[in-house]
Every structure is written in structure tokens, then in C-alpha cells.
Design a protein around this ligand. Structure first.
Ligand code: PA5
Length: 484
């Protein structure tokens, strides 16, 4: 391994920024490459000209307003970023573990960015090499997981960050209750030194609790929904704590934002990918596979799945008509899934768009050692690098999909660093907004998720949910004949 550290980021230099631009290659979506039956032609783009132009206009007109407050995050957080960096420095001095308590949009972004930008074995490194606290993101209420976490944490060296925009989510508030009880039993009045809150400034219960307990608090802006919150304190605080350059991440998002303002979809990566997915959906391609060829981007695919699924899976359009739209997002990892799912992608139903994420320069180079000189079928690997192998395998998958007439396109990151990750996250957010506008739906609500939250409240006897409880009690009883 010759390069352990990220390439030094010089994001204030415009030449460097342009070298770090993310590229989209959609040749393999076109009829020239995968045939007339599956592939797109100029006519497909022409036929949708109006929808594309209207969607672009809607997003541009609404940016910064309502639930599109996230478009301004690259620009409007100077003081917040300073506070986050100062808090992260303080945490580094006092603690060795930083634990996020949160779920959905409060957890998937921090996990994705941690995996992308920290050493892939960050938590396992000795402190002298790690330099920053360990990060744990607890996004479930599996009792075994909580018990396991508590068994490995030294509480004296641990600070928790409870994150919930609504301040009401059962999973997160249950975790808070458990941890705060333990902290109070151990530290009494000083328990608050081990707990930070990240929540809405005026809505929900967590803000009230945070004020009563005197917790250090970061705020989630009103116009920023859970799955669009990675570039606000929800994601920036955990990232800064583990040593990620959050200013570079925001600079990457701002750089992408500028590109996303181009109304020519051929010059706007978020708009072109929205157009491709929209046309594909119209042809019954109901599955969107996200396949990065980098372990560091594995959880970016997970984060994308929430963004895409929760934003676009809607039963009604903006006029209230039943539409039942959306694409099922699937995460896949190259090359690992070449040995499982690619069989289905190449030979199964024609119901998918496969997005490959390529990385030009990995942060490490590993030579494949010499050996097995008498066995040519093994020896052919020698003299190459793992970098060459993973790149060849990605190209091989593209080739295999294309020759089987499967819709696929490739997003290329010149390298994985805080700037390109900022670009990528922002590009996916914009793509989602453009696609939602093309589908004429509310991209930013989640009535389906809230339905589940409300049913949990009802089952636990929460006040105000009596009607839901009654409806649930009156739902048909299970038929034992159907259980074996
Ligand atoms: O995107 C969303 O809005 C959801 O996935 C939320 O992030 C998730 O349900 C958690 O909500 P909250 O932050 O209110 O606890």
C-alpha cells in the first residue's frame, strides 16, 4: 500500500476542482449500444422535452423554499460549521467513542460518509493511528445490539449524539431513555456532558428534553428532511468528529450545485440521470440497482436506497390522483455481487437500470504477488495490481450487461475524498428532486413511513393514537390455517 492518506485536497483551486468533477457515461443506455428494443434514442429525449423542462423549472423555482431548504446547506452554515468543528475538537480531547442514536435519515448518511472517508478499519485501529474517536451509529432497536454495544463501551470515554428531526421517533427516543438512565445513574448531574442532541429547533419532544437537561444542541433546519440531512449537523458533526474535512464536503456540494443549475440536461449529471431513470420507469423498469466498485462506497448505495425509495415511492401525485410510482432501489457491491446478483441482472427480467459507480484512483495500490509459476491459469494474475483487477472486473460487468442489452450507466469519481463525496451526495439529492418533479409527486413527504411510526405509537398506547389502536385491534384475526 503506497498511499494511505487521502490525496491532499486543494478544493479552493479551480483547476483541482475541475479535475475532481464527477462524470456520467450513459452510452450503455442508448439504442446504439443495447439495441432498439431496450435502448433509448434521441426521440425518447425529444418526446420528454416538456416534462424535463418543467421539472427543471419546478426544482429551480422551489430551491431554498419549503422542504427544499437542503439546497442552501452548502452556503448558509458558516457559524454552524465553526461550532461543529470546535465541538468535534473538544470531543476528541475528552472522549474515545462517539455514538449516534438515530434511524433512517439520521443514521444512513453518517454511516455512508464514515465508510467512504475514514480508514476502512477505523474503529479497529490503535488510538495512536486512529487519531480521532471511534464512531458507532446505532440505527436499530434490536436488544442484542444494544446489549453488545454497552458491553464494549467505556462510558467515561463515550459521548452520545441523539438525532431525531421529529423528536418523537420511538426507536431513537427509546435509545435515549436507556442511555440517559445509565448516564444519570453513573454521573448524576454530569450526565449531560455525555449527551448531545440534534433536532428541530422548535418541533417535537427532544428539543424540550434537551433544554430541560441542558444538553449541547445542534439544529436540523425546518426545510431539511431526514434523508436530505447529511450536509447539515446530522451528518457534519459525526463526520467532523472522525476527522473528515466537512468544509471540503460542503465545497464539493456547492460545486455540484452550480453544475446542477444548467438546464441543458446533457451538461447536468443530476438532470441526465433523472431523465434516464424517468424514461426507464415509463417502460416498466421498476428496479434501480446501485453498484459501486469500491468498499468505501458500499453504504453510499444504502443511503441512496433510502433517498430514492422513500422520496419516489408514492401512491398519489400532486393532484391527488392514484399513481403508485417509484422504483425499488437495490444496493449491490462490485465485485462481490458479480458472484451472486449479476447473474440475475444479465439474464433475469428486463426490469432494471443498473448504475455502476467507478473510482479512477483508489487510495491504495496493492500488487498481486508473483507465484505459481508452473500454473499459467493462476500465474496470469501476477505482475498486475488489485487496482487493475477491480477495474477490469467493472469493465467486464459493463460489457456483460451491455451485450445482454441491459440498461446500465456509469458514474465516475476521479477519487474518493471529502470533496467528491460532497458532490456525489448532492448530485443524488438533486437527481431525486428532478425525478420527483417529472413524476409530479411530493418528493419530500413520507406518509408510508409515518404510517408505520403511528402504528407503533398505537401499539405502545401513546396518547392521541387511540383510533389507530382500535383499527388495529379490529383488523382481521390471523387464520391458523395459513401458519405452518
Ligand atoms: O427521511 C425521513 O424523513 C425518515 O427516514 C427519517 O429520517 C426517519 O424516519 C427518522 O426520523 P426522525 O429524524 O424524525 O427521527
Amino acid at each position: 500500500i503506497d498511499k494511505e492518506e487521502n490525496t491532499l485536497m486543494n478544493y479552493k483551486n479551480s483547476k483541482w476542482r475541475n479535475e475532481m468533477a464527477i462524470k456520467i457515461d450513459y452510452n450503455n443506455m442508448m439504442a446504439d449500444f443495447i439495441g432498439e428494443e431496450q435502448g433509448f434514442t434521441k426521440k425518447d429525449f425529444d418526446d420528454n422535452k416538456k416534462v424535463i423542462a418543467n421539472a427543471f423549472k419546478t426544482v429551480m423555482e422551489n430551491r431554498g423554499t419549503g422542504m427544499m431548504g437542503w439546497t442552501e446547506l452548502p452556503y448558509n452554515q458558516k457559524e454552524i460549521v465553526d461550532d461543529i468543528i470546535a465541538t468535534a475538537k473538544d470531543i476528541k480531547k475528552k472522549f474515545d467513542n462517539f455514538v449516534v442514536l438515530g434511524i433512517g435519515g439520521s443514521a444512513l448518511g453518517p454511516i455512508a460518509v464514515f465508510q467512504a472517508l475514514c480508514h476502512l478499519r477505523h474503529n479497529e485501529l490503535p488510538k495512536s493511528k486512529r487519531k480521532f474517536p471511534k464512531l458507532y451509529v446505532e440505527d436499530n432497536v434490536d436488544p442484542e445490539r444494544m446489549a453488545a454495544l454497552l458491553s464494549v463501551l467505556d462510558l467515561d470515554k463515550t459521548v452520545f449524539n441523539v438525532v431525531t428531526k421529529s423528536g418523537a421517533t420511538s426507536e431513537t427516543m427509546a435509545q435515549y431513555l436507556i442511555i440517559m438512565d445509565i448516564l444519570k445513574a453513573k454521573y448524576g448531574d454530569k450526565a449531560k456532558d455525555h449527551m448531545i442532541a440534534t433536532t428541530s429547533a422548535h418541533k417535537g419532544n427532544l428539543i424540550k428534553i434537551a433544554q430541560e437537561e441542558g444538553l449541547k444542541t445542534f439544529y436540523i433546519p425546518d426545510g431539511v428532511g431526514g434523508r436530505f440531512s447529511e450536509l447539515c449537523p446530522v451528518g457534519l458533526l459525526p463526520a467532523a468528529v472522525v476527522g473528515i474535512d466537512i468544509k471540503a464536503m460542503l465545497a464539493g456540494a456547492a460545486y455540484m450545485d452550480k453544475i446542477c443549475k444548467n438546464k441543458d440536461f446533457k451538461k447536468n449529471p443530476a438532470l441526465i440521470s433523472a431523465v434516464l431513470e424517468y424514461i426507464a420507469m415509463g417502460r416498466g423498469k421498476n428496479i434501480s440497482v446501485m453498484m459501486p466498485y469500491a468498499d468505501s462506497l458500499k453504504y453510499i448505495a444504502d443511503w441512496y436506497c433510502q433517498l430514492w425509495g422513500e422520496s419516489l415511492g408514492k401512491s398519489v401525485d400532486n393532484e391527488g390522483n392514484l399513481v403508485y410510482v417509484g422504483q425499488t432501489p437495490v444496493k449491490s457491491l462490485g465485485v462481490t455481487d458479480q458472484h451472486s446478483q449479476v447473474q440475475l441482472y444479465r439474464e433475469g427480467p428486463f426490469d432494471k437500470v443498473i448504475t455502476i459507480i467507478a473510482v479512477e484512483n483508489y487510495r491504495a495500490t496493492v500488487d498481486i504477488s508473483n507465484g505459481c509459476e508452473n500454473i499459467p491459469d493462476v500465474n496470469f494474475l501476477c505482475g498486475h495490481t488489485m487496482n487493475e483487477l477491480i477495474t477490469a472486473e467493472r469493465k467486464a460487468t459493463e460489457y456483460a450487461l451491455t451485450t445482454a442489452n441491459r440498461l446500465n450507466y456509469t458514474i465516475t469519481l476521479p477519487e474518493v475524498n471529502a470533496f467528491t463525496i460532497g458532490e456525489l451526495l448532492y448530485m443524488f439529492e438533486m437527481e431525486t428532486a428532478f425525478t420527483g418533479a417529472m413524476l409530479n409527486i411530493d418528493t419530500f413527504n413520507q406518509p408510508g413511513v409515518e404510517g408505520g411510526k403511528n402504528a407503533t405509537y398505537a401499539l405502545f398506547g401513546k396518547k392521541g393514537y387511540e383510533k389507530t389502536k382500535e383499527e388495529m385491534d379490529n383488523s382481521p384475526k390471523k387464520n391458523p390455517d395459513y401458519i405452518c
